[in-house]
Write a protein that binds this ligand. Sequence first.
Ligand code: SF4
Length: 335
Amino acid sequence: MIPVNETPWEPGLWHAALKQAYRSSRSLLAALGTRHADAAEADDFPVLVPRGFARRMQPGDPDDPLLLQVLAVQAEKQPAAGFVSDPLYETDADAGFSHTPGLIQKYQGRVLLLATGGCAVHCRYCFRRHFPYQAHLDPHLDQALNAVAADTSIREVILSGGDPLLLEDQPLAELINRIARIPHVRRLRIHTRIPIVLPERTTPALLAALQAAPLQLVLVVHANHGRELNTDTERAFGCLRRSGAWLFNQAVLLRGINDTAAAQIQLAERLFEQQVLPYYLHLPDRVAGTHHFFVSRSRGQAIFSDMQAHLPGYLLPRLVEEVPKKASKMIVSSG
Ligand code: SF4
């Protein structure tokens, strides 16, 4: 086994990296020397791309699969039938998923806590790109944690957002501590894209906060393409694993980016090389402004069959789809 560098980054580097991130399509394309016929400036969901992630893109290639995930384009501004701001009814009181601001509960025994609305990258396909975070965040944290404490059926708290690892060390450590003090909560799951797009966030203080919690820790990272993974992501994963976390990946199947069996096989193999297991492959949700990424269920199933023929079972993610108003994911295909 090749030894993995498991040295965390110095504190402060991630703040600098975030400050220097590209914040417009124009600056990102100029840095890459790339011309893109459909590029646009974003109106309400600004471009945000850390330079370290941009360095993994191929200069001059308008079809680069990493670039297309983060570049704002004209197609986002065109309405498409059936694509709406909240296709999963997460903010619809009648759907019954959110009785307390900051909490979304769709599944038995698990609850999703929205830790922040911020992210280190703005993925153009994001299913929460229209989410009203203001109505769900900080002032309501006590209320949300009280609701978790009052429901003894909850075994797992899932930190989501936004990206929970964007919280500063102190508030994140406090939040994890408060969750750990709820006696019936056994597991903490964190959904994050930060180890991929801003690996410098993996600092000693972050690892200490994760290690300190007497909880089983699961990190679900979000990589969509094998080219997103490099020596920095491997180092971040190594640090996180050493802090006691189990690491899984979830990806979204995106048209023109990773909607081939070859791309998915490469992703699964790269993840395994970095000791992360593929977990879910999501069909995209019908979110307003993302129709150009959409992949149909039948196309997803065909890609999955091809993956099944080439990958061992432990490298096959489950192909899933969120069904509006349904209290569970629908497994479309599994190995
Ligand atoms: S990191 Fe996740 S929550 Fe943030 S923009 Fe990307 S997909 Fe959305």
